[in-house]
Design a protein around this ligand. Structure first.
Ligand code: SF4
Length: 237
């Protein structure tokens, strides 16, 4: 089926129409509307894994893009491999443009501690930016209840250049994600039971303690609160 790429999208109308839609219905709408120019980014946190699992039957041609920053926990890479073995989910790995040795020589491997925004830009944003030309719909696993910076995300968001960000789990809670995983026999990330409620690069992630929000263990002690991947795009005015 050819993509309906040129019809204008009335964002308010689309979000009203999808307000009560299940994530599966949002994924089906996305594929119908934007195929084949659709990707899912997945860092092998639970929400991304759930979306990759749903896409297996709804739109298996959607690439599952994994940004291999070089700083992931070994447990995350092992979990990625386990999900591949059990569910046949393949990934397209994106790696930083700057080779590791050059990055270390120019910035030091502890750049994350001194300038996490620059570190994220080199190791996450640039690799994704290289993959985005031609993409019209970028599916990701953000939820409103994760943190204050995400409480207003819409199911469909428009950005300059004609890119749409699709947030099928915007209205889900972490509990919804776990119910889905339980129903479908999806294992949890091995660090989850050790208190890691949100898992990114190893140097920038710690377990959360009682009373903290899900993402409080990310960049703890730094002013940075949001992943660089979700701040570099210019919203469409
Ligand atoms: S999360 Fe930390 S280690 Fe990973 S790219 Fe960003 S600053 Fe660097």
């Amino acid at each position: 089926m050819p993509a309906a790429t040129d019809r204008a999208i009335d964002l308010a109308e689309v979000n009203r129409a999808l307000a009560e839609a299940t994530p599966e219905a949002v994924l089906a709408w996305t594929w119908e509307r934007f195929q084949p120019d659709v990707i899912l980014t997945c860092s092998f946190q639970h929400d991304g894994v759930v979306l990759a699992h749903m896409l297996r039957t709804i739109a298996p041609a959607v690439p599952v893009v994994f940004i291999d920053t070089g700083f992931h926990f070994p447990e995350t890479l092992a979990y990625r491999d386990e999900i591949h073995r059990r569910f046949g989910i393949d990934v397209v790995a994106l790696t930083p443009i700057v080779p590791r040795e050059q990055f270390a020589a120019e910035h030091g491997l502890d750049l994350y501690a001194r300038n996490p925004d620059l570190c994220c830009h080199i190791n996450k944003v640039e690799p994704l930016k290289r993959r985005l030309p031609g993409v019209r719909a970028w599916i990701n696993g953000r939820r409103r209840d994760q943190t204050a910076t995400r409480q207003d995300i819409q199911t469909v968001e428009a950005f300059q250049g004609g890119l749409y960000k699709i947030n099928p789990l915007a209205t889900w809670t972490s509990r919804d994600t776990f119910y889905y995983m339980e129903r479908h026999g999806i294992p949890t990330h091995p660090l989850f039971d050790l208190g890691y409620a949100s898992i990114g690069c190893a140097p920038c992630t710690r377990p959360v303690v009682a009373g903290e929000q899900e993402r409080d263990g990310r960049w703890a002690g730094a002013s940075k609160v949001e992943c660089g991947l979700h701040t570099f795009l210019e919203p469409k005015s």
